[in-house]
Design a protein around this ligand. Structure first.
Ligand SMILES: *Cc1c(COP(=O)(O)O)cnc(C)c1O
Length: 412
């Protein structure tokens, strides 16, 4: 059994529930256990009231009207419903035919966007995956160049979950609005951290999730614009017709109550949270880049969320680095795919080589991360990197001034 206390710097993967969220949820497990679909008694009415309050709270944090919020099981489902639902609704040809329409997205989107788009490609749609520039930021020009006369849907995340980089979503919104193309944005990392105004920013569909904003897991939201234009979606789950027919199934009342409360707190404390997070991130990056040579912060230096840092350490091996920093709970630049370790496709899409991608760390901060946690993490990372480099012949060559990119390696 491992007894060491890990420092949690993986808040982009998930966050703990805020105790105020848990407190708001508790009555809905026991005395207020009703089904919001029960229209004939107090139990049902209480559940429905609680859901409608949560819908108001959720709408407020994104600048929407409550009627425009659909509750789902999280961002993966929201992305699937938005992308497949819009593609099917606005298809230019019937099912089974080709030429059903063109979709634009980005190579460094989350899998929960890429995989639905890939499925649609097997079902008669075409897609363009924009290659991001080295700084990771997708601009309105990137999107404009990718549009075609038959483009029906654009999906560009607001901020990237591995890099924290922020894309030009409001500008992309105006472009899509002018061209009458539906814009979806996966805003899972953005909402709750940054001010959001779907109405003025011309967003048609927006996904976000409870467990990334100190709410419970398994609940999230999809914003579906109701006017100018009224966006319609083909549902994925059919049944009782809950959530305006777009997402049938008895609502997860406790989860929705928690999600609403998490949205309310995120909006009320956004400035405070940001003022807490950004200095922690800056301190970590400043200390590591000054104490260690050949380490780079990935992604645009300023167009970035306050809580995510992605750093590559040259001349260390990825798995050894993760072992060396095992007292820190964080993400590596490697992803486990069917028993093999693959370099992160997000880092690769920026042109970062496989080795450097493997020796990268994503460190992400949260509402309860302390300066003491960050200082401890800095020390652990510095020690691990220095230790691994002390055993690296390549690092010795680098220190002697040999340009390793110019070496022709002898093959045996
Ligand atoms: C976490 C995350 C998701 C998946 O959200 P779930 O609610 O866990 O399904 C999707 N997109 C981004 C950008 C994320 O960070």
């Amino acid at each position: 059994m491992q007894l060491t206390q890990q420092i949690y710097l993986d808040n982009a993967a998930t966050t703990p529930c805020d105790p105020r969220v848990v407190e708001a949820m508790l009555p809905y497990f026991t005395e207020k256990f009703g089904n919001a679909g029960s229209r004939n008694h107090r139990f049902g009415w209480d559940a429905e009231d609680a859901i409608e309050l949560a819908r108001e709270q959720a709408a407020k944090v994104i600048g929407a009207n409550a009627k425009e919020v659909i509750f789902t099981s999280g961002s993966t489902e929201s992305n699937n419903l938005a992308i497949k639902g819009a593609a099917e609704m606005y298809a230019r040809a019937p099912k089974g035919q080709s030429g059903r329409g063109h979709i634009v997205t980005v190579a460094h989107e989350h899998k929960a966007v890429l995989d639905p788009v890939r499925r649609l490609m097997r079902e008669g749609f075409e897609a363009t995956f924009i290659t991001p520039p080295a700084d990771g930021v997708i601009t309105v020009d990137h999107v404009r160049e990718a549009l075609r006369p038959d483009t029906i849907l654009v999906s560009v995340m607001w901020a990237n979950n591995e890099l924290g980089t922020i894309n030009e979503v409001p500008q992309i919104g105006r472009l899509c609005h002018d061209r009458e193309i539906i814009l979806h944005t996966d805003a899972t990392q953005w909402v709750g951290k940054m001010p959001t105004a779907v109405e003025t920013d011309c967003i048609d569909l927006l996904s976000w999730s409870g467990h990334k904003i100190y709410g419970p897991k398994g609940v999230g939201g999809l914003y579906v614009r109701r006017r100018k234009p009224r966006v319609r979606l083909e549902s994925l789950v059919d049944g009782g017709g809950q959530e305006r027919g777009m997402r049938s199934g008895t609502q997860n009342v406790t989860g929705i109550v928690g999600f609403g409360k998490a949205c309310e707190i995120a909006l009320a404390e956004m400035d405070k949270d940001r003022a807490h997070l950004q200095p922690l991130r800056d301190r970590l990056e400043r200390e590591l880049t000054s104490r260690l040579e050949v380490c780079q912060v990935n992604g645009h230096p300023t167009k970035r969320l306050p809580h995510i840092s992605n750093i590559s350490f040259a001349f260390v091996e990825g798995e050894s680095l993760m072992m060396g920093v095992r007292d820190i709970a964080c993400s590596s630049g490697s992803a486990c795919t069917s028993a093999s370790l693959e370099p992160s496709y997000v880092l690769k899409s920026l042109g970062i080589g496989d080795d450097l991608a493997h020796s990268s760390l994503r460190l992400s901060f949260g509402r309860w991360t302390t300066a003491k946690d960050v200082d401890a993490a800095i020390g652990l990372i510095e020690r691990a990197v220095n230790h691994l480099r002390s055993m690296s012949p390549l690092f010795d060559l680098h220190k002697e001034g040999v340009d390793l990119s110019k070496i022709v390696w002898q093959s045996h």
